[in-house]
Each structure stands twice: as structure tokens, then as C-alpha cells.
Design a binder for this molecule. Structure first.
Ligand SMILES: Cc1cc2nc3c(=O)[nH]c(=O)nc-3n(C[C@H](O)[C@H](O)[C@H](O)COP(=O)(O)OP(=O)(O)OC[C@H]3O[C@@H](n4cnc5c(N)ncnc54)[C@H](O)[C@@H]3O)c2cc1C
Length: 460
């Protein structure tokens, strides 16, 4: 779509100096997120500083019927912030302040453009803890986390973003500014609009302020890395830990493809040729964690680990987590392209889904790398491919989703539907639930201006 030329001066007046990007070369970074193979150019990018400015932009969009696509850091993996129908990208680079840390009530109030890791570090310096921990925390924004209901490494114990959002300021697609929730841990006044907006992928409202719940910083954290000869044995160890009496705060599973990729990426042999790795971590009082990590080490050994290493200090912990966080970039050293899914199954079914994915890979002659938050059943399956393998890879995706749904899981644990999974949403939720979702979208966004082309197929 091309915006009417008269809109640009109107937007420049509304947003003030530096508030509109129109130079084609400067628009380029806003064409894509981290979804492989997806790009679309915006007509303009606007950088609001207040909810009132966002509201003014949305009123103009309503009047002139152009798409508005909210954008955080563009680390999304389902195309959420890609302007697939052109229009305006609404970027929150200038709304990136931590407004308040309310220590007595353990809450933080932030603008949507705050980087997740910056909030984590700021609250940690005051003895507080913001648990949601997407592996992208050094780059992604809290606004993007709210919109995707981001999960991450600690979800197995602490839950996901929705569990920490107490209230929001939201600009509706028609330009009204509303507040949802409150600064309290309890609130049942009316429909839970906070939860409706969390995970709505920037399609129902634009988040302009966020009230987050914080916890006390745990006194101690202990980390363990265990190596296994093969992924199936490691997956069985995962389900033993997940069903045991100790609740780890992270329980990650990494297969041989991912291990080899990271070893070559970091130029280090960490595993001595192992076929799978588990990283697990406990937190709490020091008197408890030292016994707990020893118990988890024993569970790994009994399940068949060939080696178990307990991190002795923070440096060793950081090295272990650096290995895990390097997987995504390292995978591109294997093949030029990937199709990345983030399926989730009930935790006890992790060994079954791993076995099923291996069968599917074999059947189609594909390399499928599996890693991820296995403690909560969320496995990132990455089909690594040359372009010529894409038709087979797409068949494999369908078979993986069918297996996940048979196991009563979900096609997306944390990356969202966006454009990349829109074709499959009906399979999971059914026609009537999909209709109910569309009616909610229509009620809040009658002109379909906010992030159109996401979640729902255009033809539906
Ligand atoms: C290496 C890597 C590791 C990752 N690991 C994880 C992980 O462990 N767990 C996980 O959950 N995800 C993970 N992700 C995915 C991604 O980081 C998350 O989805 C994150 O929440 C996106 O944040 P963002 O700021 O980049 O948002 P963007 O990608 O810019 O946008 C994501 C969605 O949010 C919407 N949006 C952004 N800001 C607003 C706003 N203010 N109001 C309304 N809608 C808005 C956009 O329209 C879009 O639909 C990973 C990504 C990478 C690249």
C-alpha cells in the first residue's frame, strides 16, 4: 500500500522532530523480524513518545484506512512485526524508560520499548527478580514480550510473561486509551482485558505502559550440564526430572545437531562428541540448592548420562548458558535456511515427540535439529534446509503438527502465530473457536487496521 502523500506532514506535526522515518534506506531495517524468508517494506516508520501520539496515529489510520504495525526489537519468529500489507510501522525506540520500580510492592512500571534484559538487571541491582527470560532477553523488548506472551528458559518454574503482567495502558485501534488491571495482585473487576491483550500479537491494541509483578531475587542459583550418548536417553532424563519432587527453574534439552553447530560456531569442543545435552538449574536458599543440584545430577546419572558437570561459580554458569544461547545463530553454520517451529507437548510426552520428529526427519531425508525448554515440553524443531528441500520440509511440518496435536500439545508454545503459522491455527483451535477469535478482533478493530494479515489467513 502507498500512503497518501498528504499524511506525511500530518504525521510529522503529530510526532515532532525525529518522529517519522521516510528515507527508503532507513526504512530497510523495519522490513523483517527473525522469521526466515519473510520481508515487506513499510511506507513510513513512526516513533511515538506518548500514548497520546499513538492514539493520534491510530485515529489517522482509522480515518484513512491504512495498516499500523507495532514493533519492538524485531526479534519475533512468526512475522508479527513485519508490515506484510505495508502502511506504518509504529516503533517504540523512543518509549524505552523504566518509569518506576516500586520496591515495597514489588512492581515495575515500564514503557514498551524497554529491553527485557535491562529491566532484569535494574531490578536485580535492588534484590528483585523479573523471571520471564526469553533467550533473546538482551535484545527483545517488554512490549514485544507482552504481545507474544514470551516464555523462555525459566518458564518451567516461574511461568511465562502473562503471569507477571498486572496491568496495561493500551491504545485501541480506534484511538481510545484504556487502562486494564491495577497495581494489585488480585483483581476480578470485569473481563480480564489484560490477559486478552497479552499474547494478542499486536492485533487488538497497542501497549503503551506496563505494570509488572516482581519477585525477591533467589539467594542462590546452581547449574548443571549433563551429556548423553543419544537424544532419546536425554529426553527420558528430562521427563524423570520434570516429574520429580524438585522443580528446576530451567531444564533445557539440546540434540547432537545443535551441539555440533555451537561447537563449530564457538570453536570449542565442549561435549567430546556427545549425542545430547541437558542443562538444568535450581534456585532458592543456598542450604536447599546444593542438595537439590546433587539430586538432579544423580537422576541424570541413573538415566544414563555419560558425564555430569556442576558449575562451580558464576563464570562456569555463564559459560554453560552462553553455549545454550548460541544455538540460534550457530544453526546457520549447518545450512543456509531453516524452518523453525516451537511446538509444545505435555512434559511427560517429550520423549515421544522427540522420537516422532526423528522418524519424520528420517522419512523425508531431512536434518531436523531439536533443542529448547524441554522441562515445560516446549521443543524448538528447526528443519535445516537448502531451498530445493522446502516442499519436503513443509510436509514434515504438517506431520510434526499432527503429532503434537495427537499428544494434546500446541503448535506454538511462545513464538506466536503471526503469518508463519496462520494456516495451521484452525487445526488446533477448531472452526468455532477461530470464529470467536475473529469476532473479538472485529469488535476491537472494526476497520482491520492494526497488524492486518496476522494470526488469521487473509482468505478466512
Ligand atoms: C535468538 C532468539 C531467541 C529467542 N528466544 C525466545 C525464547 O526463549 N522465548 C520466547 O518466547 N521467544 C523467544 N524468541 C522470540 C522473540 O524474541 C520474542 O517473541 C519476543 O517477545 C519479541 O520481542 P520484540 O521486542 O523483538 O518484538 P517484535 O518482534 O518487534 O514484535 C513481536 C510482536 O509484538 C508486537 N508488538 C511489539 N510491541 C508492541 C506493543 N507495544 N504493543 C502491541 N504489540 C506490540 C508486534 O506487532 C509483533 O506482533 C527468540 C528470538 C530470537 C531471535
Amino acid at each position: 500500500m502507498t500512503l497518501p502523500a498528504a499524511l506525511r506532514p500530518l504525521l510529522e506535526t503529530t510526532l515532532g522532530p525525529g518522529g517519522v522515518i521516510a528515507v527508503p534506506a532507513a526504512l530497510e531495517p523495519y522490513e523483517r523480524d527473525e522469521t526466515p524468508g519473510l520481508a515487506a517494506a513499510p511506507d513510513l516508520v513512526v516513533l511515538p513518545r506518548t500514548a497520546a501520539e499513538v492514539a493520534a496515529v491510530l485515529r489517522l489510520a482509522t480515518e484513512h484506512r491504512f495498516p499500523v504495525v507495532p514493533r519492538g526489537a524485531g526479534t519475533g519468529m512468526s512475522g508479527g512485526s513485519v508490515p506484510v500489507r505495508g502502511g506504518l510501522v509504529l516503533s517504540f525506540e523512543r518509549m524505552n524508560r523504566i518509569l518506576e520500580i516500586d520496591e515495597p510492592n514489588r512492581m515495575a512500571v515500564v514503557e514498551p520499548g524497554v529491553i527485557t534484559g535491562d529491566l532484569q538487571a535494574e531490578v536485580a541491582s535492588r534484590g528483585l527478580f523479573y523471571p520471564p527470560d526469553p533467550a533473546s532477553h538482551q535484545f527483545c523488548t517488554l512490549g514485544g514480550n507482552i504481545a507474544e506472551c514470551a516464555g523462555g528458559l525459566r518458564a518451567v518454574k516461574y511461568g511465562v510473561t502473562r503471569d507477571y503482567v498486572l496491568g496495561l495502558e493500551v491504545v485501541l485501534p480506534t484511538g481510545e486509551i484504556i487502562e486494564t488491571g491495577s497495581r494489585t495482585l488480585k483483581n476480578v473487576a470485569g473481563y480480564d482485558l489484560t490477559r486478552l491483550i497479552v499474547g494478542s500479537e499486536g492485533t487488538l491494541g497497542v501497549v503503551t505502559r506496563i505494570i509488572l509483578r516482581l519477585l525477591p531475587q533467589p539467594e542462590s542459583v546452581r547449574t548443571l550440564q549433563a551429556l548423553f550418548s543419544d537424544i532419546r536417553t536425554a529426553a527420558r532424563a528430562v521427563s524423570r526430572i520434570a516429574s520429580g519432587r524438585i522443580l528446576p527453574r530451567a531444564l533445557e534439552l539440546i540434540d547432537s545437531g545443535a551441539i555440533r553447530a555451537v561447537e563449530s560456531f564457538l570453536k570449542q569442543d565442549v561435549s567430546g562428541g556427545a549425542g545430547a545435552m541437558i542443562i538444568t538449574e535450581v534456585d532458592g536458599p543456598a542450604t536447599a540448592t546444593s542438595g537439590e543440584i546433587e539430586t538432579l545430577a544423580e537422576v541424570c546419572r541413573e538415566a544414563g548420562a555419560v558425564s555430569v558437570k556442576l558449575a562451580r561459580d558464576k563464570d562456569e554458569q555463564d559459560r554453560i548458558w552462553k553455549f545454550r544461547r548460541s544455538i540460534s545463530p550457530a544453526l546457520y553454520t549447518i545450512k543456509p535456511r531453516k524452518i523453525n517451529e516451537d511446538i509444545v507437548v505435555p512434559p511427560a510426552r517429550v520423549p515421544d515427540i522427540i522420537a516422532e520428529v526423528q522418524e519424520i526427519a528420517k522419512r523425508h531425508g531431512l536434518l531436523i535439529v531439536c533443542f529448547g525448554h524441554a522441562g515445560d515440553g516446549n521443543i524448538h524443531t528447526n528443519i535445516m534446509l537448502e531451498e530445493s528441500e522446502r516442499p519436503r520440509a513443509e510436509l514434515a511440518v504438517q506431520e510434526i503438527f499432527a503429532a503434537v496435536l495427537r499428544m494434546q500439545g500446541s503448535i506454538s508454545g511462545e513464538h506466536g502465530i503471526g503469518t508463519s503459522k496462520a494456516a495451521y491455527l484452525r487445526l488446533e483451535v477448531g472452526a468455532q473457536a477461530l470464529e470467536a477469535m475473529k469476532r473479538i478482533k472485529l469488535a476491537l478493530d472494526p476497520n482491520n487496521i492494526l497488524n492486518p494479515g496476522k494470526i488469521f489467513l487473509s482468505a478466512e
